[in-house]
Design a protein around this ligand. Structure first.
Ligand code: SF4
Length: 314
């Protein structure tokens, strides 16, 4: 089968220290435990003359894992997994690890050490199907990963059809960063899949800075019908931990038809120390946002205490 444009773009992403240093004309990239991966569309949004560019900072390894004081797996995902590839923490919803692959490697990612080999929802579908059938209280299925939009449209369509077969499931949530870092991932086919499913669709983008919202992304996301569009961000030191950046992000998201939903505190994964923002600073920023933006533009400030669970900071 021939590759779609987005698949070719995913394949041509910058990988490794040498390629990245050459592209950005820097020596700032160093060997990392979480291998470097940067789609060229995302790289093209970076100001190569600015070593502190907020997009660049998200993909440069910060602290080597061996020097890190943080944990390899801060949220202990595996403990809420009754069946491989499925996480069940709250009665009404389950999360499926639909893909092991991401379009970009975010160096603050809390799942960078997750053992995906044991958690693939597609290869373990018979057991997952049985589990969801036996739990009539589940009305929402969340596709996560990795990035579920790393799957081909055909595989995604098949998975969604399988989920539609559960009569008690009414809502499908898809968490994805692919759409913003490779905007051609929003294919006509994907738009059709979303438009025709009987499920209520919630698309949750992962965007941390207004500079990530390219013209192509905004044009493509505007074509999606029949879905609620929400965004989650991570509050990251040197990326978006100032009032102007957070305000610009909320306004740019709203212009693109997306509501700011969550602003996550950093999960303390090994190597991510330099991204940490103190609780005190986060609370102050959030209060300032509340005083300067309409309520629907202010994301909820949260700290994850386990997969898909939130501890409210406010
Ligand atoms: S896209 Fe999401 S899951 Fe993938 S590396 Fe980035 S934060 Fe982690």
């Amino acid at each position: 089968m021939s590759m779609n444009q987005w698949q070719q773009q995913a394949k041509s992403a910058l990988k490794g220290v040498q390629q990245s240093n050459d592209f950005f004309n820097t020596q700032a990239f160093t060997q990392a435990k979480f291998p470097i991966k940067i789609p060229l569309q995302y790289a093209s949004l970076i100001d190569t003359n600015n070593p502190n560019d907020p997009l660049l900072r998200q993909v440069i390894p910060q602290v080597s894992a061996s020097d890190s004081k943080y944990s390899l797996s801060p949220l202990n995902d595996e403990s809420n997994s009754p069946v491989d590839g499925l996480i069940h923490k709250y009665p009404n919803r389950v999360l499926l690890i639909a893909s092991q692959v991401c379009a970009i490697h975010c160096q603050y990612c809390f799942r960078q050490n997750f053992d995906y080999s044991q958690h693939d929802a597609i290869s373990n579908w018979p057991a997952i199907e049985q589990y969801i059938r036996n739990h009539a209280e589940i009305n929402e299925v969340i596709l996560s990963g990795g990035d579920p939009l790393s799957l081909s449209d055909q595989k995604l369509e098949k998975l969604i059809k399988n989920i539609e077969n559960f009569e008690h499931v009414t809502t499908l949530r898809i968490h994805s960063r692919s759409m913003v870092v490779i905007p051609s991932r929003i294919t006509e086919y994907l738009i059709k899949i979303i438009a025709k499913t009987r499920l209520n669709v919630v698309l949750v983008t992962h965007i941390n800075h207004a500079n990530e919202l390219s013209t192509e992304f905004c044009e493509n996301i505007a074509k999606i019908e029949n879905a609620t569009l929400l965004n989650q961000s991570v509050l990251l030191n040197g990326v978006n931990d100032d009032l102007d950046s957070l305000k610009s992000l909320s306004l740019a998201l709203f212009d693109a038809g997306i509501l700011p939903y969550y602003l996550h505190m950093l999960d303390k994964v090994s190597g991510a120390e330099n991204y940490e923002v103190s609780d005190e600073k986060a609370l102050k920023l959030h209060q300032q946002l509340q005083s300067q933006l309409s309520g629907y533009l202010v994301p909820k400030l949260v700290r994850d205490s386990g997969l898909d669970s939130k501890t409210w900071l406010l």
